[in-house]
Design a protein around this ligand. Structure first.
Ligand SMILES: Nc1ncnc2c1ncn2[C@@H]1O[C@H](COP(=O)(O)OP(=O)(O)OP(=O)(O)O)[C@@H](O)[C@H]1O
Ligand SMILES: [Mg+2]
Length: 346
């Protein structure tokens, strides 16, 4: 294990251990020449598994996307492999869920919709991540989402792949060591969405209950399809899944300042004008009524512009979960407090 203050290959000053898991140790380090923070993942390997772990590196270095960490270096010392990559300044979704006690349906959908962008990119490169779950999704302090851990990712159709599974998130075909394709990632995205809202791990074959959970009927319908045990009954590609999720998202956005309400409002205003012209309206509702209505319209439009401006500037739903004051997170025990359940079994 690398000690704090030690320097790896004359370049990386080890600052702290970020995570000490079963299959890897992740360090935060400082890149002396580039003068940036980096994360170094030390993979614990045996000779037998060496090939597979180099395969993870080979997959990641081919991919370039803002939602994926960039690889800077790979160092091999006998049986030890260190992957040097972008340091992501944030926390895993698993940690965030413990802190926030879960997400609302709208928040969880927004998160998964964002994730589908990077999953679509990976799939377009013919790669299956096969370990999408809250512990492998990171949320930065500015609310950006990143997908990490390509430990068991593989080229679609590659028979020499590393096998692993995460209970509650892996598709049944993966649990059963059968062939896995991109539809397993769709299942895992849906299982992650389910977990974010309910705090429950989804068991293959169980029903998605919308009556006594926080899941709306429309989302329940989508989840039922995406969580089908048979890959042939799920959404067949990420775009299908994304489009349907988009529709659910726009149907459940019932906030007052919504663009969808604007046409209705405008129709009312035009109908009123068409009904009798401005002076006639004044006659009907009086000057005070007219002023009140105009003020209402201004406030509404202001709210609408502000809402959409804010969401355009910061598209993430997570900024509110990063309190500026220390100690504002509560310590109540919830269903999200047992991360061991989501451990990867290899
Ligand atoms: N690039 C990074 N920047 C910051 N933190 C990171 C980075 N990569 C990984 N981590 C942290 O280390 C944890 C483990 O990383 P990763 O999932 O890649 O390894 P793992 O092999 O799955 O580890 P484990 O055996 O614990 O599951 C992540 O949940 C995250 O907290
Ligand atoms: Mg992991």
């Amino acid at each position: 294990m690398l000690k704090k203050g030690s320097i790896l290959v004359n370049k990386y000053l080890i600052e702290e251990i970020i995570n000490n898991g079963g299959t890897s140790i992740v360090y935060k380090a400082y890149h002396n020449t580039l003068e940036i923070a980096v994360a170094i993942k030390r993979i614990i390997v045996s000779n037998k598994l060496m090939f597979d772990y180099r395969h993870e590196v080979d997959i990641l270095k081919r991919l370039r996307h803002t939602m994926l960490p960039r690889i800077y270096d790979v160092i091999q010392y006998g049986q030890e492999i260190y992957i040097v990559m972008d340091y992501i300044d944030g926390e895993s979704l698993e940690q965030l869920l413990v802190r926030t006690k879960g997400l609302s349906e709208q928040e969880a959908i927004a998160l998964i919709l964002e994730l589908t962008q990077v999953v679509a990119y990976i799939h377009s490169n013919n790669i299956v991540h096969s370990d999408v779950k809250p512990a492998n999704i990171m949320v930065t302090k500015t609310g950006q989402i990143k997908l990490i851990d390509f430990g068991i990712a593989h080229q679609a159709g590659d028979s020499k792949k590393q096998w692993g599974r995460s209970l509650g998130f892996s598709a049944p075909e993966q649990l059963n060591r059968q062939d896995v394709d991109h539809r397993a990632d769709i299942y895992s995205l849906a299982a992650t969405l389910y977990y974010c809202i309910t705090g429950q791990l989804f068991t293959p074959g169980q029903s998605v209950n919308t009556e006594c959970s926080d899941i709306s009927e429309k989302l329940g319908y989508l989840l039922k399809q995406a969580l089908q045990s048979s890959p042939g009954k799920r959404h067949q590609n990420i775009q299908q899944f994304r489009n349907q999720l988009h529709r659910v998202s726009s149907q459940t956005d019932c906030s007052f300042f919504s663009f969808k309400k604007l046409p209705v409002l405008m129709c009312l205003v035009f109908a009123l004008i068409a009904y009798g012209g401005f002076s006639q309206i004044e006659e009907h509702i009086g000057v005070t009524g007219l002023i009140i209505n105009t003020l209402f319209l201004i406030v509404y439009l202001h709210g609408l512009i502000k809402k959409n401006y804010v969401s355009a500037v910061n598209s993430s739903v997570f900024s509110k979960y990063y309190p500026t004051k220390k100690g504002s997170a509560e310590s109540e025990i919830t269903a999200f407090d047992d991360p061991n359940q989501t451990e990867l079994i290899r």
